[in-house]
Design a protein around this ligand. Structure first.
Ligand SMILES: Cc1ncc(COP(=O)(O)O)c(C=O)c1O
Length: 375
């Protein structure tokens, strides 16, 4: 029977406790949210929603075409200039998602005959970029510049190292300065995904590469998402103008994809301007993460010290992680749940996201619920 094999896979997933289901969220959810990636609490900010509404009224519900045909509005240009300026890079290119931005950066900068050195903890979108690229990928030990060095040493020809700046699973930061140094020794480029760093790390939220002194470097390319701290949707690649021009001409997820919707573009632009005006939001998100970590570890939970706004708490098994998250939800707290295959090391976790707008009372309540529902 056509697709019969799907049932076998579903049964295997069920037995392993790995079934995933969708839960549509009501507009007025009563849950305390420690699951979303709205790190700065901007998704519902009136300036951000008005930025979306105004852009939709002016430019329409959709971009109407691919970026090279009709899908580039003046608003896209404004967002690209302001994003590049904020993060300290020469140029930026906006994509319909961070996923598409990562596929673009890795495939366009990892051509046939090149070596792509990829951290073992990288996000799925970077991994898929490596899979699609014509170059050869070598996966190296997590957050180890020497492993990158060793891989680059074996190769003659163009090469890039690819890494998240803040890893999605444990919220730990990559050793960016060390990675850049390793790449420079071999004339390789460095591509880093700052999805979890933008808006949280660096002066006023300018991101992890800015914090590491790599902003504007001619051998560093940064990808970001507009869907986390900027409370919108979409992605971007930032870097030297010649790299951005190359992406316009060579990146298939740019060329063959409809431009980012005007509403998302307008929302991201409004959020970016807000962040410039209120830089303290970035520091507050980091402080909330630190506070969550300190209180959870004081209560005996195994939580990884957060380098940005992601706080990861170990769970005994995939089934218990799912039950723990469900019990939190039952007690009014939304938390994320990571389990295989999303976690390369097979360890299941609760994943909490610190938001700049969480109050001390909400932090206290979250820690209490997590403790009371512990498996
Ligand atoms: C590290 C990382 N990179 C890329 C993405 C993809 O971004 P987007 O959701 O905008 O496609 C995500 C999450 O969504 C992420 O966590």
């Amino acid at each position: 029977m056509a697709f019969g094999w799907i049932d076998d896979q579903a049964e295997l997933r069920r037995r392993a406790g790995l079934v995933r289901t969708l839960r549509p969220r009501p507009a007025d959810s009563p849950l305390l949210d420690l699951a979303s990636n709205d790190y700065l609490g901007l998704a519902h900010h009136p300036e951000v929603t008005e930025g979306a509404a105004e852009a939709a009224r002016t430019w329409g519900g959709g971009a109407t075409g691919s970026r090279l045909v009709t899908g580039t509005t003046e608003l896209h240009g404004e967002l690209e200039r302001e994003l590049a300026d904020f993060c300290g890079f020469e140029a930026a290119l906006v994509f319909s998602s961070g996923y598409a931005a990562n596929l673009a950066a890795v495939t366009a900068l990892g051509p046939h005959g090149s070596l792509i050195v990829s951290d073992a903890g990288n996000h799925a979108s970077l991994i898929d970029g490596c899979r699609l690229a014509r170059g050869t990928t070598q996966v190296v030990a997590h957050a180890e510049p020497d492993a990158v060095r060793k891989a680059l040493h074996t190769h003659d020809g163009p090469a890039v190292a690819v890494s998240d700046t803040v890893f999605s699973v444990d919220g730990d930061a990559a050793p960016l300065a060390g990675l850049a140094e390793a790449c420079r020794e071999y004339g390789a480029g460095l591509v880093v995904d700052d999805a979890h760093g933008l808006g949280v790390l660096g002066d006023g939220g300018r991101g992890a590469p800015y914090a590491a002194g790599l902003a504007g470097a001619d051998d560093v390319v940064v990808t970001v998402t507009l869907s986390k701290s900027l409370g919108s949707q979409g992605g971007a690649v930032l870097g030297p103008a010649r790299v951005i021009d190359h992406l316009v001409n060579a990146a298939r997820t740019f060329i063959f994809d409809t431009g980012l919707a005007p509403a998302a573009t307008g929302a991201a632009l409004a959020a970016l301007r807000l962040l410039r005006r209120e830089p303290e939001r970035a520091a507050r998100a980091r402080a909330v993460a630190g506070e969550l970590h300190a209180r959870l570890t004081a209560e005996g939970h195994q939580a990884v010290r957060p380098d940005a706004a992601v706080v990861s708490v170990r769970a005994p098994s995939p089934e218990e992680a799912v039950r723990w998250a469900a019990d939190c939800r039952g007690a009014g707290l939304a938390v994320g749940c990571f389990r295989p295959p999303s976690v390369p090391d097979g360890i299941s976790r609760l994943r909490l996201t610190a938001r700049a707008d969480l109050t001390d009372g909400q932090i206290e309540r979250a820690v209490r619920v997590i403790g009371e529902t512990r498996p």
